[in-house]
Structure formats: structure tokens, C-alpha cells
Design a protein around this ligand. Structure first.
Ligand SMILES: CC(C)(COP(=O)(O)OP(=O)(O)OC[C@H]1O[C@@H](n2cnc3c(N)ncnc32)[C@H](O)[C@@H]1OP(=O)(O)O)[C@@H](O)C(=O)NCCC(=O)NCCS
Length: 178
């Protein structure tokens, strides 16, 4: 288990993973099954760092979440948002899925909670994600975790945003490339 792993229950672990991790070759078929290869692979200049969490049950990956750290507003071409003179960063979730046969057991919730914990460690002040209308399970999960909802101005989709309290306030020295 990596230093960034968390034991959620008896059988479930959430493990921060990368292409070098030994579980990667078992994780990738899960990503392919859920057709999220593009979300897992996309790169952009404004990504300060990228983090993949694997949900593992009995050494078998059953779900994943990828988030990237970015300066708030940079993906929309907006200027920095400052607080007490410091630039604010966010964790943006861009891939998220659990195998169909493993759903509704709290695995998605555990992935989201670990993403929030890591976002806090990385001194992000919020977690954000984007979802189409009609994704009832994802809506239930996000709303019950305390995310707010901002309907998109572009199409029938929404942004979910959750503030992450930071111990020492926002810090622009964090969120730099890994
Ligand atoms: C969204 C997803 C990751 C959730 O994973 P999960 O492991 O089932 O999540 P959890 O078990 O932690 O929570 C699911 C919640 O949705 C609820 N739910 C499931 N189906 C539902 C439905 N049709 N309507 C309303 N709520 C529903 C469950 O009861 C549970 O809520 P609860 O914890 O309050 O009881 C999973 O459904 C999935 O992989 N979907 C396909 C990919 C996807 O949509 N990704 C997100 C957008 S990119």
C-alpha cells in the first residue's frame, strides 16, 4: 500500500495509483469498461498535478477517481481568484466510476471522501466536478456529501462544488506540479 492509501473498511482500500503502480494493469480494464480512458489520459497546461485514486477490494480494483489540481478559473481563461493576496486552487474531478456489479455499497462515496481529504492536503479550497442531467446515482452521492449545484450555462449539465476548509488558509505555494 502506498503512503497515500486509506483503509475504509475491512475489504476496501482507496489507493493513490499511477502507471508505475502494480495495480495499474488491473485498474485499466475497469477504466475501459466504463469508457473513461479519455478522462483518465487527458492532459492540459493548466493542470498543476494529477492524482488517480483506485478503489481496491481484496486486491482487485473495482473503481477509480482522477482529479487534477488547477488554479480556480484558469480552465475558463479567467484571472486568478485571490484571498488575502494568495491564489486559490481547486481539485477538479475529471474521471469517476465504479464497476456496475460493485455499485451502491459506498465505494463511490469512499472515493469522493478520499479525494476531499487529498484536496485538503494539497491546500485546495474546493472540489469541483461536472455531470450530465439524469445521472441519479451521482446526483444522490454528491448532494448527500454536501456539494452545491451550479447549472451549466452551456448545456443540460451541472457543476458540483464543495468547499474544503483549510487549516492555515489558502496557500499559493501548493498546487504546483508534482
Ligand atoms: C456514480 C458512481 C461512481 C457511484 O458509485 P457507487 O459505488 O455506486 O456509489 P455509492 O454506493 O457510494 O453511492 C451511490 C448512491 O446513489 C444512490 N443511487 C443509486 N442509484 C440511484 C438512482 N437510480 N436514483 C437515486 N439514487 C441512486 C445510492 O442509494 C447511493 O446513495 P446513498 O449512499 O445515499 O444510499 C457509479 O454509479 C458509476 O460508476 N456510474 C457510472 C459512471 C458515472 O456516472 N460517473 C460519474 C460521472 S462522470
Amino acid at each position: 500500500m502506498s503512503p497515500n492509501s486509506t483503509n475504509i473498511g475491512k475489504d476496501l482500500s482507496i489507493i493513490e495509483s499511477s502507471e508505475e503502480s502494480k495495480n495499474w494493469r488491473h485498474l485499466w480494464p475497469v477504466v475501459e469498461l466504463l469508457k473513461q480512458q479519455q478522462n483518465m489520459q487527458v492532459q492540459a497546461g493548466h493542470f498543476r498535478s494529477s492524482h488517480v485514486l483506485a478503489a481496491v477490494v481484496n486486491d482487485r480494483p473495482v473503481g477509480f477517481l482522477r482529479f487534477v489540481v488547477q488554479r480556480i478559473g484558469e480552465d475558463a481563461g479567467r484571472p486568478p481568484v485571490l484571498f488575502l493576496g494568495r491564489t486559490l486552487f481547486e481539485a477538479k474531478i475529471i474521471a469517476f466510476g465504479v464497476l456496475p456489479q460493485e455499485r451502491n455499497q459506498g465505494i463511490g462515496r469512499a472515493l469522493q471522501q478520499e479525494a476531499m481529504r487529498r484536496a485538503h492536503e494539497l491546500n485546495c479550497c474546493q472540489v469541483r466536478s461536472h455531470s450530465d442531467y439524469g445521472n441519479d446515482a451521482n446526483y444522490q452521492l454528491k448532494i448527500s456529501l454536501g456539494f452545491g449545484i451550479q447549472p451549466s450555462l452551456e448545456n443540460d449539465s451541472v457543476y458540483f462544488v464543495k468547499a474544503i476548509p483549510t487549516a492555515d488558509g489558502p496557500d499559493s505555494t501548493r498546487g504546483e506540479p508534482a
